[in-house]
Design a protein around this ligand. Structure first.
Ligand SMILES: Cc1ncc(COP(=O)(O)O)c(C=O)c1O
Length: 391
């Protein structure tokens, strides 16, 4: 790829900006939290500038909540051919708030939650805080494709599990589930009368295949799932606190209505304005960001496969998250390979064990940084591990 202006942004710029990503480990290159190191889209900056000029910092006004619903409705229809009534698009602070609300309002107290693993870390750590045990169901390998363990999922539902988490596109495996894979899940969930929390936060970030909203598949999935989406990953707005809970089932809508004020209360006014701009006018910026990420992903794939073997790393089909198998690397006296890399390579990655037992010996790498920073990170990682290979 020809040089891109984003290539010029270096660590000093990001340190001065002071994000969580760049201030947590001051002397290590960070790639552990799902934040992008790209300048935010101009259309979003303009929307926020308007909001600052008008000092619109009060509670979310009804007209903005309404515009968000209309805009999200248009986005879902245009991008995924999915028609959702505006009244079923609830503004919420973030996807974890949406998850928490679903857990508390739609799942029987104490019922276990099925989490296909490796998984986005908070699903494992937060779920027990609400009194729901987590049942980790590791993905199975079918050739070089990760697939759901449907038998085990069915068994856990029959044993009393209250809900399953579906993360599509999948963090951290980068999977974009096919229609056939989703229908197979739906068949099981329908048979056992289960519930699905479909986390589609990464849905605008698909590189290979196309995103199919789970609830859009058929009447069964519409009625046995709730969906969460947000502009926060694709347009890098996580701190602005705005996501959307999409409640497609009439029964779920009725059950949530008494608590709707509480559930939607945290969506911030500037966050809603930024999200409207992102969904409505953020397409060209997103296309550029995806191109840039695609190039980074190819670079990581070439370098990591050369260093650790072909099966160690597959480019994500969706998300900007890479999943690297380093089970052949001896972490020595460090407690994990991620800890080893933090100290010996000065790169900060997520320890795969935080994504579940199935993730031990793996690391999660955020690819949405500048190409020179990613290249430097890969060089340090490969150099440190080549000194410590088990075989
Ligand atoms: C799959 C997934 N779900 C949820 C979240 C958290 O989203 P939010 O900040 O909206 O709670 C993330 C953040 O990286 C994520 O990757």
């Amino acid at each position: 790829m020809a040089a891109h202006p984003w290539d010029e942004l270096g660590p000093d710029h990001f340190l001065a900006q002071g994000s969580l990503k760049w201030t947590t480990h001051k002397d290590a290159t960070p790639a552990f939290v799902a934040e992008m190191d790209f300048p935010v889209a101009d259309v979003i900056v303009e929307a926020l500038r308007d909001s600052v000029t008008a000092q619109r910092f009060g509670y979310l006004p009804e007209h903005l909540a309404q515009t968000l619903s209309t805009t999200v409705q248009g986005f879902l229809e245009q991008e995924f051919g999915w028609q959702v009534p505006e009244s079923r698009i609830y503004p919420v602070a973030d996807v974890l708030v949406a998850y928490d609300a679903v857990l508390q309002e739609l799942v029987a107290p104490g019922a276990p939650i099925i989490v296909p693993t490796p998984a986005y870390m908070p699903f494992l750590s937060l779920t027990p805080l609400r009194g729901h045990p987590v049942v980790e169901v590791p993905f199975l390998q079918d050739g070089n494709r990760w697939v759901f363990d449907l038998e085990r999922i069915e068994k856990e539902f029959l044993a009393g599990a209250g809900m399953m988490i579906l993360c599509n596109p999948h963090n951290p495996l980068g999977l974009v589930h096919t229609q056939q894979e989703l229908l197979a899940v739906a068949e099981v969930v329908d048979r056992v009368g289960g519930l699905v929390f479909s986390d589609e936060i990464h849905s605008p970030l698909v590189f290979d295949g196309h995103h199919i909203p789970y609830a859009s598949l058929n009447d069964q999935t519409k009625n046995h799932s709730v969906t969460a989406i947000s502009a926060s990953k694709a347009w890098n707005l996580a701190g602005l606190k705005c996501a959307q809970l999409i409640v497609t089932s009439d029964d779920h809508h009725q059950a949530l209505l008494p608590k709707k004020f509480l559930i939607t209360h945290g969506a911030s006014t500037p966050g809603v304005e930024a999200s409207i701009a992102a969904y409505r006018d953020g397409g060209p910026w997103l296309a550029e960001a995806k191109n840039y990420i695609r190039h980074n992903s190819a670079l990581a794939t070439t370098r990591l496969q050369a260093a650790f073997g072909e099966s160690s790393f597959t480019p994500p089909q969706g998300t900007y998250i890479g999943w690297l198998d380093l089970r052949d690397v001896n972490p020595g006296h460090y407690e994990s390979v991620a800890d080893f890399l933090l100290h010996e390579a000065r790169v900060a990655l997520t320890d795969g064990a935080k994504c579940g037992v199935a993730g031990r010996g793996h690391v999660r790498i955020i690819l949405a940084t500048t190409t020179p920073i990613l290249d430097g990170l890969l060089t340090s990682l490969i150099a440190a591990t080549s000194r410590e290979k088990k075989h």
